[in-house]
Design a binder for this molecule. Structure first.
Ligand SMILES: Cc1cc2nc3c(=O)[nH]c(=O)nc-3n(C[C@H](O)[C@H](O)[C@H](O)COP(=O)(O)OP(=O)(O)OC[C@H]3O[C@@H](n4cnc5c(N)ncnc54)[C@H](O)[C@@H]3O)c2cc1C
Length: 232
């Protein structure tokens, strides 16, 4: 690690940059799957888009491989990288709901429960996943299936726009109208195309009480059930 550039990075950050031996490093390299034991060269705990841009530029200047941490829930621990630089968004969890527009915007480190909490204050919900402590980033960028899937589709169907820091340190907005090719790719194949610093979603009137049916069938009826669900 180049000490001069690390000092310069740390001087600019609103967040922190942790290397092995720094207080907080061991905690910062823990993810949901407790068997993952990766040792990044540097973990940049970002506190805003400017921190993300600096982290990307720092990694590029040193030729360090990068991983991105949203909620840290991916079972393979893909948000961490051995000997590389982790862009850690776990401190970026703010959510802003616009009830009149029917949208919610959340930062890239937000968890499903963060969005649920804010959206439900206005009787709204974003179709995200089943568990409140999963990150919105990984789920949205891979498609996302949750409780509301049959009614409102996948999470990626409900993405309106995203702010993305690219590998050359620019901030782009991706939506149907701007950078439409990037927007297309983000909705299902989006991991690691750039660092998504915020997601804007459609939010729908939901609850507070909802009914949900989760039907399960014996394996012996699989053929019959698949045929029936093709027709619905
Ligand atoms: C207990 C549990 C329950 C789950 N339930 C569901 C469910 O109901 N529905 C469902 O669809 N899936 C579910 N999943 C799968 C889950 O959606 C994925 O594991 C998802 O990757 C978690 O998102 P995360 O932000 O926590 O991931 P992370 O582990 O932080 O990241 C996963 C990947 O996404 C990339 N990434 C993370 N943040 C960003 C970002 N801001 N910009 C660009 N790339 C980024 C990382 O590089 C990494 O490769 C579940 C997983 C677990 C462990």
């Amino acid at each position: 690690m180049n000490q001069d550039s690390l000092v310069e990075l740390r001087a600019g950050l609103r967040g922190t940059a942790l290397g092995a031996g720094d207080a907080g490093y061991e905690e910062a390299r823990k993810v949901w799957n407790g068997t993952i034991d990766k040792r990044p060269a540097l973990i940049v705990r970002c506190n805003g888009v400017a921190d993300v841009i600096d982290a990307v530029k720092h990694a590029a200047s040193l030729g360090l491989a990068v991983s991105i941490r949203g909620g840290g829930h991916h079972v393979a621990g893909s948000s961490l990288i051995d000997d590389g630089l982790v862009i850690d968004l776990s401190g970026m969890r703010s959510v802003r709901v616009d009830p009149a527009a029917g949208t919610a915007r959340a930062e890239g480190g937000a968890l499903i429960g963060d969005v649920d909490r804010e959206a439900q204050a206005f009787g709204l919900a974003v179709p995200l996943g089943l568990f409140a402590d999963t990150g919105i980033a990984g789920i949205t960028l891979a498609g996302g299936l949750g409780w509301l899937r049959r009614k409102l589709g996948m999470t990626s169907d409900n993405l309106v726009s995203a702010d993305v820091v690219t590998a050359d340190g620019r901030l782009l907005k991706a939506s149907a109208a701007e950078n439409a090719d990037l927007f297309w790719a983000l909705r299902g194949g989006g991991w690691d195309l750039g660092v998504v610093t915020s997601f804007e979603y459609s939010a729908w009137p939901t609850g507070p009480d909802v009914f949900f049916v989760f039907a399960t069938y014996p394996m012996s009826e699989a053929r019959q059930v698949s045929k029936a669900s093709e027709r619905t």
